[in-house]
Design a protein around this ligand. Sequence first.
Ligand code: DAH
Length: 344
Amino acid sequence: MQDQLREAARQAQTAIAACQTNNDILNARAQFLGKKSLVNSLYSKLKDLPDAEKPAFGQLINDLRSELEKLLAQREKELKEQQRLQQDASKAQDLSLPGIMPGRGSLHPLTVVRREIEDIFMAMGFEIAEGPDIEDEFHNFDALNTPQDHPSRNLADTFYLENGLLLRTQTSTVQVRTMESFAPPIRIISPGRCYRNDKPDPSHSPVFHQVEALAVDKHLSMADLKDTLQNFARLMFGAGMKSRIRPHFFPFTEPSAEMDISCVSCGGHGCRICKNSGWLELGGAGMVDPAVLKTLGIDPEIWSGFALGMGIERIAMLKYNIPDMRILFENDVRALRQFSGESL
Ligand code: DAH
């Protein structure tokens, strides 16, 4: 009897461990604990035992029953867990699911606008020239006919370095470097970073960008400057754009002018943005002062030139209707995304 019991236990343990499906578990339960099971048949054999042995053997059968119940429940749990893991694994490899799109960058609006300006001037025959951000006083001021007592040379306006150099306050420095190195005819634009000791506000930033244009040739006049400005205004802001120049003063041009374009918001009728004038200021310009040409070894009796300079931030702000320059430098991607006209 004891042997039968032990044999029943061994068989059941092996069979339960071998169960692979829920159905196997059901079958094993029926086989080992059901009505016709071996364990059940052992109960009927109790009556053949001497009375004294009955309780102990009965207890053994009961123990075996509950042991098998426990094993079945445990195996059932194991199988469920296995199934769950298998399902998860097959989910991870579900090739029919949509992919995860990587975030895509876009060009900064200042880059978009700078490239557009470059394209427009290149189409008019200008080349792109570059110069250093760290300059000396000669290239930033002296060669540009700027006297020692000019306010822009003030410590309060210009960032001077300890070694006597400075952070350029304008890209007009590249005019000087180009005329130093190349003989006319010259047609260049020089986009780049400039620095001034300004507090950031909606229209100022201590770091900003300018683009300078310079043409030196025989017989250049204000008409060429006006034509270049008008072409630029139309290509940058749209066919209906008008432009004009007004008298002004810069140390390195004579005569000097300020350039305006018709208001991008109202088309010239007058609105809040153009303070009802119909015009928006674009930058400075003029005929290169003969003194500048002479300093750089170019004979003003033979050659004449025009130059202009404008802020790239200002153009971006007009083009994209950006109310505050600081938006361009805070680099909040939610803001930048709205103005990026071109992806990488
Ligand atoms: N450099 C001037 C500025 O930063 C802008 C400028 C004015 C550039 C007249 C020019 C020019 O080339 O002819 O305010």
